[in-house]
Design a protein around this ligand. Structure first.
Ligand code: ZN
Ligand code: ZN
Length: 254
């Protein structure tokens, strides 16, 4: 069981995180009655858009403040806001000034991708809130907010991420193991059909190669032929390297 766990680095290789505190300072000194709900909606929108990673803690001590992780201060800038975040930020700013303070780096860190030209791998093993889109060259997470995805696309990517992680966890924990393994490894499973469909749609929308990584329980197995179209897979040297079928938008870690 632990071999399975470590094989995919679950929970070990997290992305670089900075911890921040955001203070919500009421312009009239008191703040509106629905302050808490409005702050929560704003923070949830940032989280959905990958600007806030994992969960946030809301603190109330005379006024509201939130503590959360992000990749960097840059990623909390309004230019990265999704449509939802733009709306909730505008509502908040009517009554509040926002003050952002960097608290320091999380000790579990590896840097987010800064490559200029990218191709993306849909792969998610670490946690529910890190980006499930990994740079095919450097292997680091590409913050979702940098991709300016629509609300619908964000929702679909997040749904696939949750489905994948739920099935992967069943497999690791040995529950419904055969069913879970088939979902993870069979390119025609409901899980992988969902992933491949999203990868193809993103490829078209983003104008860059996006592949859904199909799970292979045997690390030493090399996939030479695409299991969907039967054509030879192309080896792409990255970190990690991948066997790729660009046409079907799928890849295997190699
Ligand atoms: Zn990169
Ligand atoms: Zn193919």
């Amino acid at each position: 069981m632990f071999a399975k766990y470590y094989a995919k680095g679950c929970g070990l290789f997290k992305e670089e995180k900075m911890l921040f505190r955001m203070d919500f300072i009421p312009k009239d000194g008191i703040g509106p009655e629905d302050a808490e709900a409005r702050i929560q909606y704003f923070l949830l929108a940032l989280r959905e858009n990958g600007q806030i990673l994992e969960d946030f803690e809301l603190i109330q001590n005379r006024r509201y403040a939130a503590v959360f992780a992000s990749y960097s201060r840059k990623h909390l800038d309004p230019v990265w806001d999704s449509e939802d975040a733009v709306r909730h930020r505008a509502e908040l700013l009517r009554d509040f000034d926002l003050k952002l303070t960097a608290l320091g780096k999380s000790p579990l860190r590896a840097k987010a991708c800064t490559c200029k030209r990218r191709w993306l791998v849909m792969s998610t093993y670490c946690d529910d809130r890190d980006s499930p889109l990994i740079c095919g060259d450097c292997g680091r997470a590409v913050p979702l907010c940098e991709l300016a995805l629509s609300e619908d696309d964000l929702g679909e990517v997040r749904a696939w991420q949750q489905n994948f992680r739920a099935v992967h966890r069943l497999w690791i924990n040995g529950l419904s193991e055969r069913w879970a393994e088939k979902q993870l490894t069979d390119v025609n499973s409901a899980l992988n059909r969902q992933g491949l469909q999203i990868a193809k749609a993103l490829k078209q929308k983003l104008g860059m190669l996006v592949c859904c990584e199909i799970f292979s329980p045997d690390e030493n197995q090399t996939h030479f032929a695409c299991p969907v179209c039967g054509k030879p897979m192309i080896w792409k040297c990255g970190e990690p390297s991948e066997m790729v079928c660009e046409f079907c938008a799928l890849c295997y870690e190699n």
